[in-house]
Design a protein around this ligand. Structure first.
Ligand SMILES: Nc1ncnc2c1ncn2[C@@H]1O[C@H](COP(=O)(O)OP(=O)(O)OP(=O)(O)O)[C@@H](O)[C@H]1O
Length: 280
């Protein structure tokens, strides 16, 4: 058993509307999603479907326009700005898209980790991880003195991960960690995420366009049009019933059965449910 543990995540009917002068954008229109402590999840989906918005809500960087976002025992929408910011410095680790945005380029890896641990260090009851053990988790052992701006792209991305896990969060959120990397760099990032999860039990949510990252994490949640459209678990694809009882049909099925298609629903005694389209 490790001294660390993962946090559960629960989204209930989450809606996010960006209000702007040019009009409102509904980025999320009712997301229901439960993630167990210690689970690893990839968020995938077309550009503009709402993945980054969902990550920002889980990080407490945005507050939902409606619905609830729970991380551990906390309802993020009900916490003050200060409380949410404290959670981000301790229990929720965030790695933004683009490694450089998470790092001070002229500082050493040690100093970047120390800065990320500062909030946790000032919070009673939190035992800080030894920085060398943080580097070991991301495959950068012995490189603490390196200036992060001098590291090659793959190592820089793992340095950003090191900063994200420095305070030993129970939830790690990572946006597109492999988009700038070659295959070897991508595999090292995947290995680092798997090691953090295996050794610390950290719950990990990764936004990615990379199918390899998705299959390495095991659970793949597809966001489509601001909702959970589908899920893949260990290579098998599933449709998902949302909190309001709706189910999104995959785009290829929707082509055959356009909006307005009528169904009857047959429920057999053994519980099997069959949807029978009306072809008249
Ligand atoms: N700050 C903002 N203000 C207004 N609209 C926004 C803002 N951020 C995102 N959007 C819009 O919200 C929708 C969802 O965007 P989001 O960035 O969450 O999608 P995404 O799935 O992460 O896309 P990508 O894969 O391209 O990063 C899009 O229509 C986007 O244009």
């Amino acid at each position: 058993m490790t001294e660390h543990s993962g946090l559960a995540v629960a989204c209930r009917r989450v809606v996010q509307i960006y209000r702007g002068e040019g009009g409102d954008v509904v980025a999320l229109s009712g997301v229901d999603l439960s993630i167990a402590p210690g689970e690893m999840v990839a968020l995938v989906g077309p550009s503009g479907s709402g993945k980054s918005t969902l990550i920002a809500l889980l990080a407490g960087l945005l507050r939902p326009s409606a619905g609830r976002v729970n991380v551990g025992t906390f309802d993020l929408g009900r916490l003050s700005d200060r409380e949410v910011s404290r959670m981000r410095g301790t229990q929720i680790g965030v790695v933004l898209q683009g490694a450089a945005r998470n790092l001070l380029p002229y500082a050493s890896l040690w100093r970047n980790i120390w800065l990320a641990q500062r909030r946790a260090a000032a919070t009673a009851g939190i035992a800080l991880s030894d920085p060398e053990s943080v580097l070991d988790l991301v495959g950068l052992s012995g490189q603490g003195n390196a200036k992060v701006g001098d590291l090659p792209p793959g190592a820089r991305q793992r340095a950003a991960l090191a900063v994200g896990i420095a305070a030993s969060p129970g939830l790690l959120l990572v946006d597109e960690p492999t988009s700038q990397l070659d295959t070897a760099g991508r595999d090292e990032v995947i290995a680092a995420l798997a090691k953090v999860n295996a050794e610390r039990g950290t719950t990990i949510v990764v936004v990615t366009h990379d199918a390899e990252v998705g299959s390495a994490l095991g659970r793949v949640v597809t966001i489509r049009d601001g909702r959970v459209g589908a899920e893949g678990r260990d290579g098998q694809d599933f449709a998902v019933v949302a909190g309001d009882g709706t189910v999104q049909l995959p785009p290829e099925v929707l082509e055959e059965l356009p909006p307005g298609t009528l169904f009857t629903i047959d429920q057999a005694e053994d519980g099997t449910v069959t949807l029978v389209p009306d072809r008249r």
